[in-house]
Ligand binder design. Structure first.
Ligand SMILES: C[S@@+](CC[C@H](N)C(=O)[O-])C[C@H]1O[C@@H](n2cnc3c(N)ncnc32)[C@H](O)[C@@H]1O
Length: 274
């Protein structure tokens, strides 16, 4: 069922991209109400709308029916945050967000897999961590950029625990994690590999966690060098860290709005030796 919601969201994005004639730098849509194609709790949808409405990256919103689904379109601009995010010496990825609906669907899947805590690494405006809270999971948001963390603090309608820190040096033992799933922000080829490797190493050195899950945002775009082990750029890291692929779910992101292919989110977990 989650796969169906993801497919319906991709279809909605494709239709929206076809008819959108606005000029905003970024745009995304959220359905107004629960429907057969989006069987999502109405109270959850309302929280997603609150997150978008309060979020200073959006300066305009309007109603639009897309493929018979009444939606709100949010239009915005991330330039100032993008510029600030690239100024940090140890930054491994510039700021660009996934869609809020994609964050929700990704976390729905994490919850179905049985994970209890979502750690949003390189969290941008914190939307993945926020969605985890909407879905009643514990969540932590680690972001290196102070301007983005200040923005996150405006958006703690539910407290998703924003931390301003380099995720590679963050002390994860302080979170007392039990069954965590880590969402890594950033494409492998853009610095994501270094970010994920650093966090994997840190988790290994400071916690005794037997089982962890890792979600990577990939790309099939020919703009980027291919990974010889595939997995949308993540194959080598997955193999090196003895991770097992669970499933890949394609979802819309801001950076693929004008692209024919969505962003593949690769869900993996550590292989248990017991
Ligand atoms: C592509 S954005 C992803 C944002 C968010 N996860 C999403 O999907 O909407 C990557 C984010 O990672 C942050 N970042 C880069 N290197 C980092 C590091 N070493 N520690 C923490 N955050 C980092 C950037 O500032 C940026 O906001």
């Amino acid at each position: 069922m989650i796969e169906d919601i993801a497919k319906n969201l991709v279809q909605l994005k494709k239709e929206f991209a076809k008819i959108y004639d606005g000029k905003s730098q970024i745009q995304e849509v959220i359905p107004v109400s629960k429907s057969d194609l989006f069987p999502i709790l109405q109270q959850d949808l309302e929280l997603l709308h609150q997150f978008a409405t309060k979020n200073p990256i959006y300066y305009n919103s309007f109603e639009k029916t897309i493929d018979d689904i009444p939606c709100i379109v949010y239009e915005g601009d991330i330039n100032k945050y993008w510029l600030n995010s690239i100024q940090h010496g140890s930054s491994r990825a510039p700021f660009s967000p996934t869609w809020i609906m994609s964050a929700y669907v990704g976390v729905l899947f994490a919850k179905e897999l049985g994970y209890r805590e979502v750690i949003d690494i390189g969290s941008g405006d914190g939307r993945i961590a926020f969605c985890a809270k909407v879905l009643d999971l514990e969540s932590y948001s680690i972001e290196i950029d102070d301007m983005l963390v200040d923005l996150q603090k405006l958006l703690t309608i539910l407290d998703f625990h924003p931390y301003c820190s380099d995720a590679i040096t963050f002390d994860y033992s302080s979170l007392n994690l039990t069954q965590p799933i880590f969402f890594i922000g950033g494409l492998a080829q853009m610095g994501g590999t270094a970010l994920a490797s650093g966090v994997l190493e840190k988790i290994d050195s400071v916690t005794n966690l037997k089982k962890t899950a890792w979600v990577f945002a990939g790309t099939y775009s020919q703009k980027y060098p291919l990974d010889p082990k595939n997995e949308a750029g993540w194959g080598t890291l997955i193999e090196k860290n003895n991770l097992q692929s669970i499933q890949t779910i394609s979802l819309p992101t801001v950076w693929t709005f004008h692209e024919p292919e969505e962003t593949p989110y690769i869900f993996t977990q550590t292989v248990s030796n017991q």
